[in-house]
Write a protein that binds this ligand. Sequence first.
Ligand code: NAP
Ligand code: MG
Length: 480
Amino acid sequence: MTFEYAPAPESKSIVKIQKEYGHFINGKFVKGKRHFATINPATEEVLSHVANGDKLDIDKAVQAAQVAYTKVWSKLSGAERGKYLYRIARILQERAREFAVLETMDNGKPIRETRDIDIPLVAAHFFYHAGWADKLDYVGVGTAPKAYGVVGQIIPWNFPLLMLAWKVAPALAAGNTVVLKPAESTPLTALLFAEVCQQAELPEGVVNIVTGVGETGAEIVNHPGIAKIAFTGSTEVGKLIAKAIADTKKVATLELGGKGANIVFEDAAIDQAVEGIVNGIFFNQGHVCCAGSRLLVQENVADEVIKKLQSRMEKIRLGDPLDKNTDIGAINSKAQLEKIKELAASGSAEGGEAWSPKCELPKNGFWFAPTIFTGVTQAHRIAREEIFGPVLSVLTFRTPAEAIEKANNTPFGLSAGIWSEKGSKVLWAAEQLRAGVIWANTFNKFDPASPFGGYKESGWGREGGRHGLKGYLKSKEQVM
Ligand code: NAP
Ligand code: MG
């Protein structure tokens, strides 16, 4: 007997969205000149109009951040800075539901995820870094390390507030001030975070948020007052940034794309692995840089794994992101949907076999059914390029050595998963894999204490943990 789910929509009443937003500069919202719409990708409803920042806006924000750095923030003790971070963390917890609903509306991801994963992790990042603010001597860059000054931060749309937290919390803990640009399609939680900064009475100019498009981000990158760039986004833009700062004194951390291999060995607990495969590729509609988007499964268990995966996928619920029962929400934008469709079409054209469970896609908004491709070879585009959507490419292998060879055969090196009952095999495989983050018998687990980042075209540097903090501090040699 099967039971139908009744709709369980989360109320939107907690969220107050203004018709129009300006930039948050020097502790105040200032009027923008030009504006663009941000929409709810599940309904295509316009939520608000936000300002499109230009060179002048970035200038003002950098100036405010410079003054705040020299006059206030760099003069405070670590313990004092920590107090502000604790205050922000507590306010984020108090307003968690408001943030979760707003993030779901602006991004399209399920409320189950914003409520249980994104927002709790955001608060955890502020709590964690608050604890570090007065212990910077122990970060590992020598005693009395110095902040860079003004840090420029540019973030993507897939985890809008979480990427802000990954960037703002360590920057402030280390004593920097920031100018941050959220992604074009998901600016609203960053603007609500600006209100939290006001509520926490964070000294003005310590956090500045300028909304805008790609060019606004480029203005941050090229501004002479910025000492360090922290960027999360595509490898393509990461390369542009690396080129732009090549002959300057600016430093950068770049968190870029990925094509993670999720490797299932014959001795794995198959049911558990199937859960991990689903979590690895369908979490956040597959808009995850560390997604397990390439399944490498040992040939003798491949049929069983695929059969069980398909049966599990039949139970995935796609639809209204505000419904608490929803597993897969909307694709973040029309442009992203088109990119996914184009790559999926190439998968079929190149000989892969697509399979999706029966699922009705809503009429409005941007949607893509969870899909797996079998019969994929390493030459196929869907095995090499990042799709950034709910599409899994399945490849098989015969020996552990072949699994490693295939897993490492990618220009990226962000994440990998290993499913095996044998600890020795897990450790052996982890040592061979060229990936910054490796999960064993689990996938997509995040913690502020754990560094995250990639090899090769997946980026430079780490975020989170002691390693992440290092990226916001100058060693004695750098200061001299
Ligand atoms: P994107 O196009 O690179 O955009 C990222 C951010 O950079 C956005 O704020 C964007 O503004 C801005 N931007 C665009 N062009 C720029 C330029 N020339 N100079 C400076 N900034 C510029 O990436 P996306 O499509 O939004 O995000 C998806 C990508 O991010 C995927 O490849 C994914 O793997 C990667 N990602 C990586 C991680 C990680 O930790 N490694 C985490 C999440 C996502 P607009 O929004 O206005 O275009
Ligand atoms: Mg939006």
